[in-house]
Ligand binder design. Structure first.
Ligand SMILES: Nc1ncnc2c1ncn2[C@@H]1O[C@H](COP(=O)(O)OP(=O)(O)O)[C@@H](O)[C@H]1O
Ligand SMILES: [Mg+2]
Length: 449
């Protein structure tokens, strides 16, 4: 038989002390004991107070030494020994040495059916206990065993309390971890946002770089041509001066030749210089000065018709008109000057690119207000349209299909720039080759600051 130790809180030991004292008095014995068993020994847990009691609390004895209580625990039954000295089975048991020759004891059972120990009375004279005493001992046993249940419940309560505390602790740690990973996430987000901004910045720088490269390339031709013309003029002039210094007169044909050469040179110089000036003017437009933007409330309808009035001479020159249909109630808070500029670029493009060889066709402008307070302003034509491969490069600086025929490839780049920086919107293009082109400005009614 193997035993385990059951722990008992002090409050119960005090109570059981009283029980043992009362029990010893009622049974009229020197010793009333509550014994507790351990894996290898048996312990006097509670011993009644009294002069003649030879047992003391906390005293222990090894197991397998033939004690009365061991038999009670093994059999888990009541044991009554009226007089050990007359009893073959008991006359050598260790308690006789203490002069305890009579015994009455019952087992104490823990709620999980394991053995706790015993409760017993011992006397130094022969005793045969009446049934009523035996019943009383059983009642005391039951009382103590119900205390065991309380002890166990308390233990379980404490255990689940501890579990609860651990769970709460865990939860707190989890919450802390969550907060931390949230913070880390936020930091990561900030980094990504910053990286995005940097990327955008470097992209802009790259665009600017290619813009500058393009500008110098574009300017190179007219300036180079101009220089060449100027140096021809210079040499013509110095030839003439040399003749004059030597007092030589020019022949009529020499005069004629010089005149033609000077006229041609001046013409080339003028053409190239004005080409350069024109380029510089359009480049200037790219670098929009944000502070010069004029932001105000205006009716889109008015801005569009003002622009068309301004374009009237150009339209007449091309023999075309523009149909505009803008709802009067579209009121915007934005930069009307920027809208004007973009419209000029788009209409000019339609005039220049959409209708080659005097082909028939019309240009129209219309607008609508969306539910989320955006204005969609469409400029469309029914001209030759734009080949699909060109669509993705249309807004790139210097993309033109009229290289050497007056195209700079800057118009749509400027328009795109104006729409995004000044109007905080977007410019989109749709086109099917042979079926015209449609440019759409998606603009917030109230431009962000
Ligand atoms: N309405 C249009 N119809 C057909 N092609 C167009 C139209 N608008 C623009 N494009 C094409 O887009 C190109 C780029 O236009 P833009 O940037 O204004 O430069 P550019 O007018 O100097 O060529 C034009 O060369 C032309 O091929
Ligand atoms: Mg253009």
């Amino acid at each position: 038989m193997t035993y385990q130790t059951h722990a008992v809180p002090d409050s119960f030991l005090n109570k059981w002390q009283d029980t043992s004292d009362v029990m010893a008095r009622i049974f009229d014995v020197p010793a009333g004991l509550i014994m507790r068993v351990h894996p290898e020994k048996i312990e006097v847990l509670v011993s009644s107070h009294g002069e003649e009691n030879p047992y003391e609390a906390c005293e222990t004895a090894p197991l397998n030494s033939g004690l009365y209580c061991e038999t009670v625990m093994r059999t888990q039954r009541i044991l009554q020994v009226p007089n050990a000295l007359n009893d073959e089975d008991w006359k050598t048991n260790p308690d006789i040495a203490l002069n305890m020759i009579s015994y009455l004891g019952v087992p104490l059972i823990w709620p999980d059916d394991s053995v706790f120990g015993t409760i017993c009375v011992l006397d130094n004279k022969e005793r045969t206990f009446h049934t009523q005493y035996i019943n009383l001992l059983w009642e005391i046993k039951k009382g103590i065993e119900s205390d065991f249940k309380l002890i166990r419940q308390q233990e379980q309560l404490i255990a689940s309390n501890t579990e609860l505390r651990i769970a709460i602790e865990q939860q707190r740690a989890d919450a802390q971890k969550l907060t931390q990973s949230n913070q880390e996430l936020n930091a990561a987000l900030a980094t990504v946002t910053q990286m995005q901004a940097q990327l955008l910045h470097s992209e802009k720088m790259a665009a600017l770089g290619s813009l500058v490269a393009g500008i110098s390339h574009e300017l190179n031709t007219p300036i180079g041509n101009g220089l060449m013309a100027a140096s021809t003029l210079q040499s013509d002039v110095s030839t003439f001066m040399a003749h004059r210094d030597q007092g030589l007169a020019l022949t009529r044909s020499e005069m004629q030749q010089l005149g033609e050469s000077l006229t041609l040179g001046t013409e080339i110089l003028m053409r190239n210089l004005s080409r350069a000036a024109e380029l510089v003017r359009s480049f200037k437009q790219i670098a929009i000065d944000q502070s010069s933007m004029v932001r105000r409330s205006f009716a889109l309808n008015t801005t569009v018709s003002d622009t068309l009035i301004m374009l009237r001479p150009l339209l007449r020159q091309h023999g075309r008109s523009v149909e505009a249909s803008i709802p009067e109630d579209i009121i915007m808070d934005s930069d009307p000057g920027a809208i004007e500029q973009v419209l000029i670029i788009l209409i000019n493009n339609a005039l220049v690119h959409a209708f080659p060889n005097k082909m028939q066709g019309k240009i129209s402008i219309f607008a609508q207000l969306t539910e989320n307070d955006e204005v969609h302003l469409h400029v469309s034509d029914d001209g030759i349209g734009i080949p699909a491969p060109n669509l993705s490069r249309l807004f790139d600086p210097f993309f033109t299909t009229r290289l050497g025929q007056g195209g700079s490839g800057l118009g749509l780049h400027i328009a795109d720039n104006l729409v995004s920086t000044a109007l905080h919107g977007q410019i989109l293009v749709t086109s099917t080759e042979g079926q015209g082109a449609c440019f759409t400005l998606v603009l917030p009614c109230v431009a962000a600051n």
